[in-house]
Design a protein around this ligand. Structure first.
Ligand SMILES: O=C(COP(=O)(O)O)[C@@H](O)[C@H](O)[C@H](O)[C@H](O)COP(=O)(O)O
Ligand SMILES: [Mn+2]
Ligand SMILES: [Mn+2]
Length: 345
């Protein structure tokens, strides 16, 4: 699966990022999202694969989305067996966020990316559009930090694991009212906090790479993004844990169903027997083959954003694979028509 898909999915995220980047800074988050969805769908439907969308972020805020259950790829067509070889007919699951950080894109802020994760059927946790408490940390701290522990305890463990003083640690937290106590605790423990308005996928994955000056992600973000982050962190050998949050009183932004009771019922109807379960990266992305792909829309810690020039655009993408154990940064120039020059800078 990996050898054929690895390169093609780069183009899927590249096309989504280019489409979205045309709307960068225009204050139109829904359009930036919609064009990314369309570009992603169009490019995915050219790939010889039998794909099913298991996470299509967008339900929560009525954003345009690739809907859950949607089949994508040439081999989902009725005549698939005539045009696809048997390998390509194996069903694969796909989690997408065509424009992760729509606000960041719409307002020209760093950290917006087109992202997706792929695995064989059943290899990705079909997370409901709920919130998720998350803890991401570098590989050296994997299995040592624990979401059940306090931030103070985890910072101590993190410092020991990374051989750093606590005041040399940077923790990313989303700037939300629900995190006020957490932010205070991290600062009181001596670590530094980088507050972000959106885009916790980039923050989580940055923990998997040294040199990003990002040593942990703590706090509550969206569950679908948690699964995509977990897929990347599983491939990188980093630490990721997630716990679904179903109580609107904890989330405080209000966009989480009607009541705690109704949310619990919804989880149970989805077959989630233990709503408080703490999932590891290996449980959220449990497939034998797991691939993550992302392409920067606006510049971020991991990748450059899309840069347009007269004859096209230049993108930077990242594909991470648990099979080949590679994190491949891909720098691509997309030529439009017959450009009179190709800009390298
Ligand atoms: O920033 C985010 C928004 O994603 P998108 O809708 O694709 O632009 C995500 O990184 C966050 O994980 C998450 O959606 C956010 O935490 C939602 O929380 P809130 O704004 O408090 O409802
Ligand atoms: Mn998102
Ligand atoms: Mn999105």
């Amino acid at each position: 699966m990996e050898s054929t898909l690895g390169l093609e999915i780069i183009e899927v995220v590249e096309q989504a990022a280019i489409a979205s980047a045309r709307w960068m800074g225009k204050g139109e988050k829904d359009i930036a999202d919609e064009v990314a969805v369309e570009a992603m769908r169009e490019r995915m439907n050219q790939i010889h694969m039998r794909g099913k969308i298991v996470i299509g972020e967008g339900e929560r805020d009525d954003a345009p989305m690739l809907f859950i259950g949607e089949e994508v790829g040439v081999c989902t067509q009725p005549n698939a067996s005539e045009v696809c070889n048997p390998d390509e007919l194996i069903e694969i699951d796909i989690a997408v966020d065509p424009c992760e950080g729509t606000n960041l894109c719409a307002y020209g802020q760093p950290g917006s990316m087109a992202v997706l994760a792929i695995s064989e059927k059943g290899g990705l946790f079909a997370a409901p559009d709920f919130y998720m408490k998350k803890l991401a940390a570098p590989p050296a701290a994997k299995g040592k930090v624990d979401i059940r522990k306090s931030a103070t305890e985890n910072l101590k463990i993190l410092g020991e694991s990374l051989d750093r003083a606590i005041d040399e640690l940077v923790v990313v937290v989303m700037k939300r009212e629900r995190h006020n106590d957490l932010i205070k605790e991290i600062r009181d423990a001596g670590a530094r906090v980088r507050l972000i308005s959106d885009g916790d996928v980039s923050a989580a994955i940055s923990c998997g790479f040294s040199g990003t000056n990002t040593h942990a992600l703590m706090g509550i973000g969206a569950a679908p993004e948690g699964v995509i982050s977990a897929a990347a962190m599983r491939c990188l050998g980093g630490h990721f844990q997630g716990q679904l949050i179903y109580d609107p009183a904890i989330v405080k932004t209000g966009l989480i169903g009607e009541s705690k009771e109704a949310n619990l019922e919804r989880l149970s109807s989805m077959g989630i027997a233990d709503p408080d379960k703490i999932y590891t990266a290996e449980e959220l992305a449990c497939g034998e083959t797991v691939l993550f792909a992302g392409c920067g829309i606006t510049p971020g810690l991991l990748m450059n954003g899309v840069r347009f020039f007269k004859g096209g655009a230049r993108t930077q993408s990242l594909v991470i694979s648990n099979q080949s154990k590679t994190a491949r940064f891909v720098d691509t120039i997309h030529m439009k028509g017959n450009p009179s020059y190709v800009a390298l800078k």
